[in-house]
Ligand binder design. Structure first.
Ligand code: ARG
Length: 460
């Protein structure tokens, strides 16, 4: 088929170039938004008298018919028509005749493609935010259900201090909350209407950009036509928010994988979310979490890919920009798939309070509490730390736990130690005393859950 831009050429495009430059195989995904944008543009052209009202009506009817045709799967996308924009325009002209050629008045594919991508991302960001919300509510539910389970908190993956499992689970609520805020922030930059920038310089036609923005429910219009067609910050910002979200889900995956090992035994994964081995009959593998962790890499890759693609581009539009789309689409698909499968899997995970408690009982995990105790008796913390270190050393040598020491043994390390020391050494006591704001005491965790449910964040 003759190209819409064939006028100045003596030869047809080489087949290999057609194949190489065509984006229809992936940007056909934007069809709905391309049509939506074109309908708004046609309405504006008609309202402004740039084309006749009857012509605008004909164009809009043609576009609506094409929409129906695509929806029913009858539309044939053609590679020789390069991209979604020219595919739909060609179909329009075929349907309504030469008047269809008036649609592209005061418009270029450069502002059109930015519009389509923004409309698409606006929808997808909202969908992602709602998936994040469900995952957040799973973490709160799991925290409430398991409010009293004690586990070792780790630093350096070494047992550090006892904490409540509920406190640990709510970490993921906080991470996801920041993710949600990031997507919402990104949405502000996506929600800007670029159409009317033309190829780069604007247009001499008396267009009404605000009207198009209102029709398409945009909050504002872009302020510089050259910037409008060169800018892909909103894409990079989106993939960056996706990357941070994936990083969080990957950390959660890592903990799920670790906790499901026989060595940890902290959780039992639901059977229907685990996979077996083709050779080892006993295996129950956490493949879902492993794949989420693995897929994180490709989203990071898209972030680097788009950043690198952009860094050397002179203003304004360059064809390099076409490379943004597969990165965006794959980021959207990956993030939604990972959130979806986690939303389904998380409620089925069972926690094992016995092995968590047992793990917390080892490793002299209340040593800091002994140091705090000495401190409360007036000993400077540095000295208290030193004394406690010697107690731990003694326990290691004797094969004893801190709680297993007699008062006499303890008093050998400091005359400030009295009977009340044992109130400091149990796991429960250690947790209950940590009532500083955002601490792991049950009372504080419950307070946080309440605030989360009320949708409040604390300000000072
Ligand atoms: N398919 C192109 C893209 O994704 C659309 C814009 C083409 N513009 C151009 N001047 N060739 O960027």
């Amino acid at each position: 088929m003759k190209k819409p831009w064939a006028g100045r050429f003596r030869m047809n495009t080489a087949k290999v170039v057609e194949e190489f430059t065509s984006s229809i195989s992936f940007d056909k995904r934007l069809w709905r938004y391309d049509i939506e944008g074109s309908i708004a543009h046609a309405s504006m052209l008609g309202k402004q008298g740039i084309i006749k009202k009857a012509e605008a009506a004909l164009i809009k009817k043609g576009l609506a018919d094409i929409k129906a045709e695509i929806e029913t799967g009858r539309f044939v996308f053609r590679q020789d028509l390069e991209d979604i924009h020219m595919n739909i325009e060609a179909a329009l002209i075929q349907r309504v005749g030469p008047v269809g050629g008036k649609l592209h008045t005061a418009r270029s594919r450069n502002d059109q493609v930015s519009l389509d991508l923004r409309l698409y991302l606006r929808d997808e960001i909202r969908a992602i935010m709602s998936l994040i919300k469900s995952l957040q509510s799973s973490t709160v539910k799991a925290a409430e259900k398991n409010i009293d389970i004690i586990m070792p908190g780790y630093t350096h993956l070494q047992r550090a201090q006892p904490i409540l499992l509920s406190h640990h689970l709510l970490c993921y609520w906080e991470m996801l909350n920041r993710d949600s805020e990031r997507f919402n922030e990104c949405l502000k930059r996506v929600d800007v209407m670029p159409l009317g920038s033309g190829a780069l310089a604007g247009t001499p036609f008396p267009i009404d950009r605000d009207y198009v923005a209102r029709l398409l429910r945009f909050s504002s219009v872009s302020d510089n036509s050259v910037d409008s067609v060169s800018d892909r910050d909103f894409v990079i910002e989106f993939i960056s928010a996706c990357s941070i979200l994936m990083m969080h889900m990957s950390r959660l995956s890592e903990e799920i994988i670790l906790w499901a090992t026989s060595e940890f035994g902290f959780i039992e994964l639901p059977d229907d979310f685990s996979t077996g081995s083709s050779i080892m009959p006993q295996k129950k593998n956490p493949d879902v979490a492993e794949l989420v962790r693995g897929k994180t890499g490709r989203v990071f890759g898209h972030l680097f890919g788009t950043l690198t693609m952009m860094k050397g581009l002179p203003l304004s539009y360059n064809r390099d920009l076409q490379e943004d789309k597969e990165a965006v689409f794959d980021s959207v698909d990956t993030v939604k798939a990972c959130l979806g499968v986690f939303n389904a899997m998380l409620p089925g995970i069972r926690f094992n309070p016995v092995s968590m408690q047992k793990a917390a009982e080892g490793g002299f995990i209340t040593a800091t509490d002994l140091a705090d105790y000495l401190c409360s008796k007036g000993i400077p913390f540095r000295n208290a730390h030193e004394i406690t270190g010697r107690v731990v050393r003694y326990c290691i040598d004797k094969g004893k736990s801190l709680e297993g020491l007699t008062l006499k043994e303890l008093m050998g390390f400091s005359e400030m130690i009295g009977e009340d020391v044992f109130k400091y050494l149990s796991l429960e006591a250690s947790i209950t005393r940590r009532t500083s704001y955002a601490g792991t005491a049950r009372k504080m965790v419950i307070e946080r859950i309440k605030a989360i449910k009320r949708g409040l964040n604390r300000s000072v």
